[in-house]
Design a protein around this ligand. Structure first.
Ligand SMILES: NC(=O)c1ccc[n+]([C@@H]2O[C@H](COP(=O)([O-])OP(=O)(O)OC[C@H]3O[C@@H](n4cnc5c(N)ncnc54)[C@H](OP(=O)(O)O)[C@@H]3O)[C@@H](O)[C@H]2O)c1
Length: 283
């Protein structure tokens, strides 16, 4: 039977390109994005480009934990197993923006969503092992440090610092998942896709948007190259049994020194878990 791969943020950029190639390879795909209109168009586009009809779309705002909870119910009702989960949806948000649930948006979308969706889908991924969970991180994490007293930076928000920290969190989360769950038959890896000419940064205004656009025009690689490591981690036999690693250009790479501090990985896990639990209590 074909493997089923769920990709978040699959309506554009790296996620959409990853979906295209995995559809060509015959995977069954479950795509997630925040716009039903855009999602349905992407499904039609991918089906006509590849002839693979096993492509479905589900709509959710991944910066909202209630929306993630509803999404996971929908996924469990519609599919018997998810073999591969790619947590890919993410954004750089230059100005402090709070979600309806009171979270800083970068933290909510780039970190809380990876954590919560993984937690909710893990049982399904374990249904039919070996399973793979892949977190799209970034080299932007390299100079980041987490401030456990100010995880969401509400009082002194700097967009790039918040983004880099969220990508460091993706890596620390991957390593902690590996330690907690790799004996379940599910592997956990994360990656840097490269600096990619996607829609990344376009959600901002003014200098933040213009500077990223200019940098993309000059330095960025195209989507075909930018999706390669995600596709490799989802589909290659080379990574059977490989877990708890950070990849760059389809090779194991070294992440920043602070990302390997196990005590902090555990601390981040516990702090995040507490935050997520509160979203249930608040109803
Ligand atoms: N581009 C780069 O240079 C680069 C470098 C390193 C790491 N990354 C990482 O790569 C990942 C993908 O980014 P990209 O470059 O492909 O960006 P992109 O072109 O902006 O695509 C982002 C995708 O995420 C979706 N998304 C955004 N907010 C969402 C929300 N609240 N709920 C659900 N879906 C949402 C977008 O939906 P819409 O189609 O509705 O906008 C889109 O499908 C991110 O995690 C990013 O941090 C990118």
């Amino acid at each position: 039977m074909n493997k089923t791969c769920l990709i978040t943020g699959a309506t554009d950029g790296i996620g959409k390109q990853t979906a295209l190639v995995l559809a060509q390879k015959g995977f069954s795909l479950v795509l997630v994005g925040r716009s039903a209109e855009k999602g349905n168009l992407v499904v039609s586009e991918l089906i006509s480009a590849t002839g693979n009809e096993s492509i479905h779309f589900h709509c959710a705002d991944l910066s909202n934990m209630k929306s993630i909870q509803q999404l996971s119910v929908e996924i469990k009702q519609n599919y018997s197993a998810i073999d591969i989960l790619i947590n890919n949806a993410g954004a750089y948000v230059s100005k402090l923006t709070m979600t309806d649930e009171g979270f800083e948006k970068t933290f909510a979308l780039n970190h809380l969503a990876y954590f919560h969706f993984t937690e909710l889908l893990l049982e399904m991924v374990k249904e039919d092992i070996p399973g793979r969970i892949i977190n799209v991180a970034s080299m932007a994490h390299k100079n980041a440090k987490i401030d456990f007293n100010n995880l969401q930076m509400e009082n002194e928000y700097k967009g790039w610092t918040a983004y880099s920290r969220s990508k460091l969190m993706n890596i620390m989360f991957t390593y902690e998942c590996h330690r907690r769950y790799s004996d379940t038959g599910v592997s956990f890896n994360c990656l840097h896709p490269g600096f990619v000419k996607s829609k990344f940064g376009d959600n901002n205004k003014g200098f933040a948007k213009t500077s990223i656009s200019l940098a993309k025009t000059i330095f960025a690689i195209n989507l075909v190259k930018g999706a390669k490591t995600s596709i490799y981690l989802a589909s290659s036999k080379d990574v059977d049994g490989v877990s708890g690693k950070y990849f760059d250009k389809c090779k194991v790479a070294t992440s920043s020194k602070v990302s390997y501090i196990q005590e902090d990985q555990k601390k981040l896990w516990e702090a995040t878990d507490q935050i997520i639990k509160k979203t249930y209590v608040l109803g």
